[in-house]
Design a protein around this ligand. Structure first.
Ligand SMILES: [Zn+2]
Length: 534
C-alpha cells in the first residue's frame, strides 16, 4: 500500500490566552492526529510565543522539537528579538537548535510592517536558506513590501484564502520567493492553476492545526490532476526543500496499524469513492462567463465539473447556478437544464428565483412543470438578494415546496437566520430544510443542532472552507448520521477537501455512506415517491 509522505507547514501548539473551544493544543494531540491520517512531519510555532513571551514560548518549543522527531520548530520573533533577549546571537542560536524558520506577527508584536526593520532576520534566514512564515492576517501590503525588499528570501504565506486569489496571484507572478500553504486556499483546481501559471513548487500542504481536519486537506493533493512527482512536491517535497529537511527523515507509519476503512482508504489514494455519493450543495456557471462572483471563481462550467465528479466518484450533484442565486433566477434554471440534458443523471437543480424581480416571481413554477425530474428543491438566497424568510414574496414558493415535499437549501451562518428558520420549519412540515454550512464552526454547529432538535424536518449540510476538526464526529454524535449531509459548494471551493473531511472522519463506515449519499437520496425520494403516487 503506497504511503505518500506529507509534511504540514502550518501548525500551532501550546497554550493561548483564550484558546479556541473544543480544539486540542498539546504536541502529543498533534502527533496523534498525524498518525491517525498519516502526516509524517510538521512545522509548528508556539501560541505561547505569541500570547505570552516569544522567549519563554520558543524555549518550551525547543524542548518539544528536540523530544519529537516528527516536529520542527518555527520561531516567532519581533525584529528586536536579539535586543530584547540581550543576546546578539539569539536568533542564530535558535536556528542552530533546529528551528527551521521564523514567523513574524507584526500586529501581535506591535512592530509595524516596515521591511527595513527585518534586515537582520532576513539576512540570517537568507544566509541559512530558510524561510520566513507570514500569516495572511497581516495583510498583503506588508507582504509585498517584504518581498520587494528581500527578493532572495523565501516566504511561506500562511492561511491565505481562496477569496484572496485576486491579491495572491499577482504577487506569485511577480515574486518568485513567495510560496503558500493551501489550508484555506481551496479554490477550485488551485493546485492545477498554480502549476500552470506559477509552478507547482510554490504550493505546500498545510492544515493550520488544530483548527482543520488534516485528512480533508490531504484530499486536495490526492485528487488533483498532477503527476505523482508533483503530488509528492506539494505533499512534502516543497516543504522539505524550503525548510532544509531530508525527506528520508520523515519515517513512514506502520501499515499494519492503519485504521482506514474502505472510504478513507480510497481518499488516501485519490481514488473514486467506493459508495454512492450525491453532492447536495453545489453551484455552477456557463463556460462563456469564465469567472463569476465577487471573488475569482474559475473552471465553473459543467464541462469542467463533470470530469472532476468522475475522479472523486460523485454520481450526481444538486446545483444552484451562481447567476441564479446572484441576479437572474431564470437564467440559473436554464443553466441547470442545460447541464442536466448534457450529462443525464448527473445534475439536479435547486430552483432559483430572484424574488426582487416580478418576472422571476412569475416564472419559477414553469421550470418545475417543464422539468419535474430536474428540479428537486428550492434555494432562496437571502445573503445576496437581502430578504427575510418571512417575506411575503417567498410564500408561494414555500407553499409549492411544502405541498410537494421538496427540500430547501438554506444558507446559515448567522443566528438571525437560524432563528427565522426555527420559526418557519413548523409552518412548512412538508419541506425538508437543509441547514447549509452547519459545519462551519462549533458555535454555528451548536445553533444548527438546537434547531435540528426542535424541528424534525431539518437536516444539517456540512460544507465550509474551515473543514473544522472533529466536526463530522460532533454532528453525528448530536443528531445522528441520518441527519447529516455532504455538500461541497463546488466550484466556489474545490470539492476534494470537503469529501476528505467526511472520508477521514472517525465514525462508522456506514454512517459515512449515509452522509455522502444515502440521506440526500432519501430527502429527494420523498418527492419522487410522491410523483409516482400521483
Ligand atoms: Zn453555496
Amino acid at each position: 500500500m503506497k504511503q505518500r509522505k506529507y509534511f504540514d507547514v502550518h501548525g500551532v501548539v501550546g497554550r493561548h490566552s483564550k484558546p479556541p473551544e473544543r480544539f486540542p493544543w498539546l504536541p502529543q494531540d498533534l502527533l496523534d492526529d498525524m498518525r491517525a491520517v498519516r502526516v509524517h512531519g510538521a512545522a509548528v510555532s508556539s501560541a505561547e510565543s505569541a500570547d505570552y513571551s516569544f522567549v519563554a514560548g520558543d524555549a518550551k518549543l525547543r524542548e518539544t522539537i528536540q523530544a519529537q522527531p516528527r516536529l520542527y520548530g518555527v520561531a516567532t520573533l519581533p525584529p528586536t528579538a536579539a535586543f530584547e533577549a540581550g543576546d546578539p546571537d539569539y536568533c542564530i542560536k535558535l536556528l542552530d537548535a533546529g528551528f527551521r524558520g521564523v514567523k513574524m506577527m507584526p500586529s501581535k508584536f506591535s512592530c509595524g510592517h516596515d521591511p527595513r526593520n527585518m534586515e537582520q532576520i532576513a539576512a540570517l534566514l537568507t544566509g541559512r536558506g530558510l524561510p520566513l512564515f507570514y500569516p495572511r492576517e497581516e495583510g498583503f501590503e506588508g507582504l509585498a513590501a517584504l518581498l520587494d525588499a528581500y527578493p532572495g528570501l523565501n516566504i511561506i504565506l500562511l492561511g491565505v484564502s481562496w477569496g484572496d486569489n485576486r491579491q495572491l496571484f499577482p504577487l506569485l507572478e511577480r515574486c518568485p520567493g513567495l510560496h503558500f500553504e493551501y489550508s484555506k486556499n481551496q479554490a477550485n483546481d488551485i493546485l492545477e492553476l498554480t502549476k500552470e501559471h506559477f509552478g507547482i513548487e510554490r504550493a505546500l500542504f498545510g492544515t493550520g492545526w488544530p483548527m482543520a481536519s488534516m485528512g480533508a486537506l490531504k484530499a486536495l493533493t490526492e485528487y488533483a490532476v498532477l503527476s505523482e512527482r508533483e503530488k509528492d512536491l506539494v505533499a512534502h517535497g516543497n516543504a522539505c526543500r524550503l525548510l532544509r529537511i531530508d525527506p528520508a527523515a520523515l519515517a513512514l507509519y506502520d501499515d499494519t496499524q492503519c485504521e482506514f476503512d474502505s472510504i478513507a482508504m480510497a481518499a488516501d489514494r485519490g481514488a473514486p469513492m467506493p459508495v454512492p455519493v450525491l453532492d447536495a450543495h453545489t453551484h455552477m456557471a456557463p463556460a462563456e462567463h469564465k469567472t463569476v462572483s465577487g471573488l475569482m471563481m474559475l473552471r465553473s462550467s459543467c464541462e469542467s465539473i463533470t470530469p472532476k465528479l468522475d475522479r472523486l466518484g460523485v454520481e450526481a450533484i444538486v446545483t444552484a447556478p451562481w447567476e441564479g442565486i446572484a441576479t437572474d433566477g431564470m437564467a440559473g434554471n436554464a443553466q441547470t437544464v442545460f447541464a442536466a440534458e448534457k450529462y443525464p443523471g448527473r445534475y439536479y437543480g435547486w430552483n432559483t428565483c430572484n424574488i426582487n424581480y416580478e418576472e422571476d416571481l412569475a416564472q419559477w413554477r414553469g421550470w418545475f412543470e417543464r422539468y419535474p425530474d430536474v428540479f428537486v428543491g428550492i434555494k432562496p438566497y437571502w445573503p445576496y438578494q437581502k430578504f427575510s424568510l418571512h417575506d411575503a414574496r417567498l410564500r408561494p414558493w414555500l407553499d409549492y415546496a411544502d405541498a410537494r415535499r421538496l427540500p430547501l437549501l438554506l444558507h446559515t451562518t448567522s443566528d438571525a437566520i437560524l432563528d427565522e428558520a426555527e420559526g418557519l420549519c413548523p409552518r412548512y412540515p412538508g419541506i425538508t430544510f437543509l441547514l447549509a454550512h452547519a459545519g462551519s464552526d462549533y458555535r454555528n454547529a451548536a445553533h444548527c443542532v438546537r434547531v435540528a432538535r426542535a424541528c424534525p424536518n431539518t437536516v444539517l449540510e456540512l460544507t465550509y472552507t474551515s473543514v473544522t476538526r472533529g466536526m463530522i464526529e460532533y454532528l453525528v454524535g448530536e443528531v445522528g448520521a441520518e441527519r447529516v449531509l455532504y455538500g461541497s459548494d463546488l466550484p466556489m471551493r474545490d470539492p476534494a477537501p470537503q469529501l476528505g473531511w467526511v472520508a477521514y472522519a472517525r465514525i462508522p463506515e456506514e454512517d459515512k455512506a449515509k452522509i455522502l449519499g444515502g440521506n440526500i437520496r432519501r430527502v429527494m425520494g420523498r418527492q419522487l415517491t410522491m410523483n409516482n403516487e400521483q
